[in-house]
Design a protein around this ligand. Structure first.
Ligand SMILES: NC(=O)c1ccc[n+]([C@@H]2O[C@H](COP(=O)([O-])OP(=O)(O)OC[C@H]3O[C@@H](n4cnc5c(N)ncnc54)[C@H](O)[C@@H]3O)[C@@H](O)[C@H]2O)c1
Length: 457
């Protein structure tokens, strides 16, 4: 039996440790956070985040071998292995502002671990970090006069929000990096043994610390790059009447390209892609590689262009003015099956339309609470409406911004009847049946597709 602690009870810490607790019943697993309201939510029936299957996993082991605690310091003292899953946002001040990772929470945690440890610990980097952060972590941890040994292991998290539980239960791979020393190898083995409870051994990859740290940034950069690549072509499709979905299908059948991550959309969001690419850009600049930095920076710029293009197209289609027009935005979450709105393109489109003085109504099955907080300062006039039918009533336009299944399954005939005419639909996720909507009377604009516009009568 080992005492496992995770510091940081967020989108990563909560779901990953819940699955570890379920798969390793002999270990005691504690998830600790400075945010006591979040801890109280993890202890309640209303978990602080929505993930399909999460509640079931938490309920199966909470109070048995899974505990949530706001007493970070006491839990550090009792732990054998400490996963650190605190946030590492983009730095907003000083050197590297707007690009580098802000490591203040990370360093604070390292110092806390040092201060409250009385026994040897394995410290596992679960947060996404700049390559060579483990070196700084080791230096902090070894600056103790108690001769306490600490081993730092990198174990980046590859789960995807919306499928976090599935991804944890069936990972493509688990990556573990450590020092190639006797104690480094022992620490690595201890982390391998946790995952080996349910992950086939050939999917548990072990590497150097630096390869492990950098792999996470590179994985996110490659994923985001696919999205920006297909989105860039969607712009060309809109000029040439080629269809981006036909193109994605045709190129995706090439086994060297593959079919995944080829859905053109209003853009990627979430807390990770943008910040991790910017961090990669910063690292390349730091190491004197400006050409590499510029290459990756384009992925983020293309994503911003795609969002700007989307609301500009809404504006020009609606006779160059949306002032005073009701517009229903379907979706606030940055993607389906999550309540997370961080860096959500939906909220960026929302802000742009508010700026144009539209009356914006936002609907989403799970993310309205987060959206309300995000928009409180810069767009307080937005209306939040959980019912999409009510959101669309009397609207001049609907924009689908999150690919929730439920938005594809609505009764659009009834919605059309309730809207102002001419009625527009802008499908920012290409999840609707555009021809059918057109035949109902809608003017339809989708990403990377020829417009379906009824001629003036
Ligand atoms: N969200 C994802 O899909 C995802 C996926 C893979 C990796 N990551 C990475 O994992 C890390 C965590 O991401 P997240 O989305 O879970 O963030 P999050 O903001 O949801 O959670 C981080 C938590 O850490 C807590 N925290 C910060 N400092 C602390 C301290 N000193 N002591 C105790 N708690 C502290 C915060 O209160 C917060 O609850 C980031 O580095 C992120 O890049 C995220």
């Amino acid at each position: 039996m080992a005492n496992l602690l995770c510091i940081g009870a967020g989108y990563v810490g909560g779901p990953t440790m819940a699955v570890i607790a379920q798969k390793c019943p002999e270990h005691r697993v504690v998830v600790a956070d400075v945010d006591s309201a979040k801890i109280a939510a993890w202890q309640s029936d209303h978990l602080p985040i929505y993930e399909p299957g999460l509640k079931e996993v938490v309920l199966s082991c909470r109070g048995k071998n899974l505990f949530f605690s706001a007493e970070v310091e006491r839990q550090i003292a009792e732990a054998d292995i400490i996963f650190v899953s605190v946030n590492t946002p983009t730095k907003s001040f000083g050197q590297g502002a707007g690009k580098a990772a802000d490591l203040q929470y990370w360093e604070k945690t390292a110092r806390q671990i040092l201060q409250h440890s009385r026994t040897p610990k394995i410290v596992v980097e679960k947060s996404t970090l700049p390559v060579r952060t483990a070196e700084a972590m080791e230096r902090i941890l070894h600056s103790n006069d108690r001769n306490l040994p600490f081993d730092v292991v990198s174990n980046p998290e590859f789960l995807s929000e919306g499928t976090a539980i599935h991804d944890m239960e069936n990972p493509d791979r688990v990556l573990i990096g450590a020092r190639d020393t006797p104690s480094g190898r022992k620490a690595m083995q201890a982390v391998v043994d946790i995952y080996a409870h349910w992950v086939p051994r050939e999917r548990i990859i072990t590497t150097s610390l630096w390869s492990s740290e950098l792999s996470k940034l590179v994985a996110n950069a490659f994923l985001a790059q696919r999205i920006s690549s297909i989105n860039s072509i969607s712009a060309l499709c809109e000029k040439t009447e080629a269809d981006i979905q036909e193109i994605a299908h045709a190129i995706g059948l090439d086994s060297r390209i593959g079919p995944h991550f080829l859905n053109a959309s209003v853009g990627f969001g979430g807390s990770c892609f943008k910040k991790d690419i910017l961090n990669l850009v910063y690292l390349c600049e730091h190491y004197g590689l400006p050409e590499v930095a510029r290459y990756w920076d384009q992925v983020v710029q293309m994503n911003e262009y795609q969002q700007a293009r989307f609301h500009a197209r809404m504006l020009s289609s609606m006779f160059n003015t949306v002032a005073g027009k009701r517009i229903a935005l379907f979706g606030a979450a940055f993607k389906a099956n999550t309540s997370d709105t961080r860096e959500s393109p939906a909220l960026n489109v929302c802000r742009a339309l508010v700026e144009e003085r539209a009356e914006v109504v936002l609907t989403d099955p799970y993310a309205l609470d987060h959206a309300r907080i995000d928009l409180a300062k810069d767009a307080p006039q937005v209306i939040f409406e959980p019912d999409p039918y009510r959101a669309a009533a009397k609207a001049h336009a609907i924009a689908v911004l999150t690919e929730w299944n439920l938005f594809a399954e609505l009764d659009y005939r009834a919605i059309y009847q309730s809207m102002a005419k001419p009625a527009f639909i802008f499908d920012g996720r290409n999840i609707l049946d555009h021809r059918r909507l057109f035949s109902m009377g809608f003017n339809v604009q989708a990403i990377g597709k020829p417009p379906l516009i009824h001629p003036a009568r």
